[in-house]
Design a protein around this ligand. Structure first.
Ligand code: S3P
Length: 428
């Protein structure tokens, strides 16, 4: 298994390019696959998670071609039944969203790697069954999943996903595109709304009213050329690395700044950090901007309100790394679902901080990071198979002014192929 070698940070001002947003990439491919006509997607995330979605769609008979650095996807009226299993690899988004897209309309067996095989799938299977779909999980409610065609259309239901989840919401809205009656998702806490924005841009009959999102059977229009914005979650590791080094700055252009994704910026500002957003514009319904992070005085820990958790869920390991480099306590509550990510991120985040001689404690539904300690880099850390833990280690290394070897690092390419080169080019 490969290792990543990060060099000590030396450069004061950096610019960095980010991979395409992973969440938007999955949604763009899946919705293009069922739209009328040919859609072109540029700057798609090239990680292995999105590759799992591409391979799955190819197995389902969706024509996809490479054209001048972008992908051309021709929508289909009906899916082929794949001969063998669909391998969703490490990608929860592939498995959950695809289950919604296929529900009732294909015979498919969905499986994944050891990490994905541990993740809860009943949260998506149960509401789809209530819509009339035939979706079975394995014992324990985990993958593999069996999806069977059903006669006639699904019927809309009203669902209240708990915990609030953009993946479950998206799967139900996808299924609702082919269902009779209204499909309504009520969110306990707002989650990322990329699906709603893309569905509106493609002409779906969808409406949001506060926490209530309603979709009806719709024929989607293909999009001419969707340019996927840069991934904010990937960028946050770079922004954080500048924030922990006084006098450092990093500028990232063409970054997605959807308000339902960037609550980590509010937390950083509350910690006394300096992140600036400029040149904001809208591209295919999504806000895109230039974002700059600047290092200054030491940050201070804050309590992250539980209502913000879904809007910074993927940034929590990185925020905890910032907390370890700050003074005072950083407190995360209402985030028990972190235990169900690519790793048990409550445990792996605590272990990572302790590996740098920081101090953190797992709580029932979150993490308390005790700041104010001198961080000392170990000779090497392991990702434990979780890309975001590996990239959070890079922030701790930057805060200690050192380089770092990150082992078991193949997983970093699930979301950020080329991370090592991007990091060393930006900071070394
Ligand atoms: C995602 C939603 C979140 C997030 C994941 C991507 C999405 O998961 O953690 O990385 O693209 O919808 P949940 O919806 O399970 O919280």
């Amino acid at each position: 298994m490969a290792s990543i070698h990060l060099q000590p940070p030396r450069r004061a001002s950096a610019t960095a390019n980010m991979p395409g947003d992973k969440s938007i990439s999955h949604r763009a491919l899946m919705l293009a696959a069922v739209a009328r006509g040919l859609s072109t997607v540029a700057k798609l995330n090239e990680g292995t998670d999105v590759a799992a979605t591409l391979d799955a769609l190819a197995l389902l008979g969706v024509p996809i071609e490479k054209r001048d650095g972008s992908l051309a996807v021709t929508g289909v009226d009906a899916f082929d039944d794949p001969a063998g299993p669909i391998d969703c690899r490490n990608s929860g988004t592939t498995m959950r969203l695809l289950t919604g897209l296929l529900a009732g309309r294909a015979d498919a067996h969905l499986d994944g790697d050891v990490s994905l095989r541990r993740r809860p799938m009943e949260r998506v299977a149960a509401p789809l069954r209530a819509m009339g779909a035939d979706v079975t999980t394995s014992a324990g409610g985990t993958p593999p999943l069996e999806i069977r065609r059903v006669a006639g259309a699904l019927r809309g239901v009203t669902a209240v996903p708990a915990p609030a989840s953009a993946q479950v919401k998206s799967a139900l809205l996808f299924a609702g595109l082919f269902a009779d009656d209204d499909t309504v998702v009520i969110e306990l806490v707002p989650t990322r709304d990329h699906t709603e924005r893309l569905l509106s841009a493609m002409g779906a009959d969808i409406a949001s009213d506060g926490p209530r999102i309603r979709v009806r059977r719709s024929t989607l229009r293909a999009f001419d050329r969707l340019e996927v914005p840069g991934d904010f979650s990937a960028a946050f590791f770079f922004l954080a690395a500048a924030l922990v080094r006084p006098g450092a700055s990093v500028v990232i252009r063409d970054l997605g700044v959807n308000p339902s994704r960037i609550a980590a910026i509010d937390v950083v500002r509350a910690m006394g950090g300096d992140i600036r957003i400029r040149d904001e514009r809208i591209a295919y319904g999504e806000p895109v901007a230039t974002v700059e992070g600047r290092g200054g005085d030491r940050l201070r820990g804050v309590e992250i309100p539980a209502t913000l958790v879904p809007n910074l869920i993927d940034e929590i390991p990185a925020l905890c790394a910032l907390g370890a480099a700050a003074d005072g306590d950083l407190i995360v509550k209402g985030a028990a679902d972190l235990r169900n990510k690519e790793s048990d991120r409550i445990a792996t985040t605590v272990a990572l901080i302790e590996a740098f001689d920081g101090h953190a404690e797992a709580t029932g539904d979150g993490i308390v990071v005790r700041g104010g300690r001198a961080l000392r880099p170990p000779a090497a850390v392991s990702t434990g198979g979780d890309h975001r833990i590996g990239m959070s280690a890079a922030i701790l290394a930057a805060a200690s002014g050192s380089g770092l070897r990150i082992d078991d690092a193949d997983c970093v390419a699930t979301s950020f192929p080329g991370f090592e080169a991007a990091w060393n080019t930006a900071f070394a």
